[in-house]
Design a protein around this ligand. Structure first.
Ligand code: BTN
Length: 330
C-alpha cells in the first residue's frame, strides 16, 4: 500500500491524535515528508486536524471513491485490492472486461464517478451522472463450470444488500428482488449486470457490474416511479467509499462460501431472508410466454421456485425471464 493510503488508514484507526514523530518513525521518512502527505490529503478535501505536541487527527473525509480512500477503509485479501478509479469512463464493465483480457488479477475492481455508456440488463442503458452514485465492476476468475456463473449475480446481490444494511443500519427496508435487483421500500436501488468471457467448458473471467443509487434525487422520467436512492429513502446523504468497502468485505466472504459447494447452499438462508418475492404472486415474463404464479423461494442452484395456478411447480432460471409483481415492479 502507498504511504498516503497507510497514513489515512492509521488516522482512521487511531482514537484521538497520532504524532508526526510516530508516523515518521513508522514509515522511515522525515516529519516534513509526513506533513507533505497530510497537506496533500487536506488539499483533496480531508479535514485533518493538526495540533502542536499532539499530532494529527482525522475529522472528516470527502465523498470520494479514490483508490486510497477505499483501501484505507477495508481489510480484504483479494476483493478490491487492485483498484482502477475513473472520474469518467464509458462503462466500468467494459474496463473490467478489458483488464480481464489483459491478465488483471482476480478481485480487480473498477470504480467510476460517471459513466458515458453505462449499460443495463437486456441492452438497456444505465443513467450514470457524476457525483451521486456508485458505478463499479469486479473481475472474478472462478474455477467453475460456465453454467454455474449466473449464481455469481446472486452472490453479489446478497453482498450488496448486506453491505448496504451494514452501512445504513435500520434506515430503510433493503430487500432483494430475484435474481439481482436490490430494492428499498419497494423501489429499485441497485442494478447488477454480470457478463462472462468463456469457452464451452471453461470460464476465462466474469465481470460483475453494480450500480447503486446513493445520493441521486432526480431520476429519468421512465423510472421516476420505480427508482429510489439511499438519500431519497433515508433522508440524508451517504458516503460512497465506505459502502464500496462494506460490499467488498461481504463479497469476499460470501464468494468463498459459494466456492465451497459451487452453489447457493451456504448462502441460501441469508439470501432467502432478504428475498422480497418469497410468498408473493409474480408475473413471469419469458421470451415465448408470460404467466402468473406464486413464488415460493429459491433453490440451491439459485433458481426461483414458483407454483402455477394448476399446482405444477417450476424452477425458473435467471437468464431466461424477468419477474414482476402482479401489481407492479415488486
Ligand atoms: C440493470 O439493468 O439493472 C443492471 C444495471 C447495471 C449497472 C452497472 S453500473 C456499473 C456497471 N457498468 C455498467 O455499464 N453497468 C454496470
Amino acid at each position: 500500500m502507498k504511504m498516503k493510503t497507510e497514513i489515512l488508514k492509521l488516522l482512521r484507526e487511531t482514537d484521538g491524535y497520532i504524532s508526526g514523530q510516530q508516523l515518521s518513525r513508522q514509515f522511515g521518512v522525515s516529519r516534513t515528508a509526513v506533513w507533505k502527505v497530510i497537506r496533500q490529503l487536506q488539499e483533496e478535501g480531508y479535514q485533518v486536524g493538526a495540533v502542536r505536541n499532539k499530532g494529527y487527527r482525522i475529522v472528516d473525509s470527502p465523498d470520494v471513491m479514490t483508490k486510497e480512500e477505499i483501501l484505507s477503509l477495508m481489510n480484504t485479501r483479494w476483493a478490491g485490492r487492485n483498484i482502477l478509479y475513473y472520474d469518467v469512463t464509458d462503462s466500468t464493465n467494459l474496463r473490467i472486461k478489458q483488464a480481464g483480457d489483459e491478465g488483471a488479477p482476480h478481485g480487480t475492481l473498477a470504480v467510476a464517478d460517471r459513466q458515458t455508456a453505462g449499460r443495463g440488463r437486456r441492452g438497456r442503458t444505465w443513467e450514470s451522472p457524476a457525483g451521486s452514485s456508485i458505478y463499479m465492476s469486479i473481475l472474478l476468475r472462478p474455477d467453475i463450470a460456465p453454467n454455474k456463473a449466473s449464481m455469481l449475480t446472486l452472490v453479489m446481490a446478497l453482498s450488496v444488500a448486506e453491505g448496504i444494511r451494514q452501512c445504513i443500519g435500520d434506515g430503510g427496508d433493503i430487500q432483494i428482488k430475484w435474481p439481482n435487483d436490490i430494492i428499498i421500500n419497494g423501489k429499485k436501488l441497485v442494478g447488477i449486470l454480470t457478463e462472462m468471457s468463456s469457452q464451452i467448458d471453461y470460464i476465462n473471467h466474469v465481470t460483475v457490474g453494480v450500480g447503486i443509487n446513493v445520493n441521486m434525487t432526480d431520476f429519468p422520467e421512465e423510472i421516476a416511479q420505480t427508482a429510489a436512492s439511499l438519500r431519497t429513502e433515508c433522508g440524508h446523504t451517504v458516503k460512497r467509499a465506505p459502502l464500496i468497502a462494506a460490499v467488498m468485505e461481504r463479497l469476499e466472504e460470501n464468494y468463498d462460501i459459494f466456492l465451497e459447494t459451487e452453489d447457493m447452499s451456504g448462502l441460501l438462508e441469508r439470501y432467502s431472508a432478504l428475498l422480497v418475492n418469497r410468498d408473493r404472486d409474480v408475473r413471469i415474463i419469458g421470451a415465448k410466454e408470460a404467466y402468473e404464479a406464486h413464488a415460493v423461494g429459491i433453490d440451491r442452484a439459485g433458481e426461483l421456485i414458483v407454483r402455477r395456478p394448476d399446482g405444477t411447480i417450476e424452477q425458473i432460471n435467471s437468464g431466461e425471464v424477468s419477474v414482476r409483481g402482479v401489481y407492479g415492479y415488486v
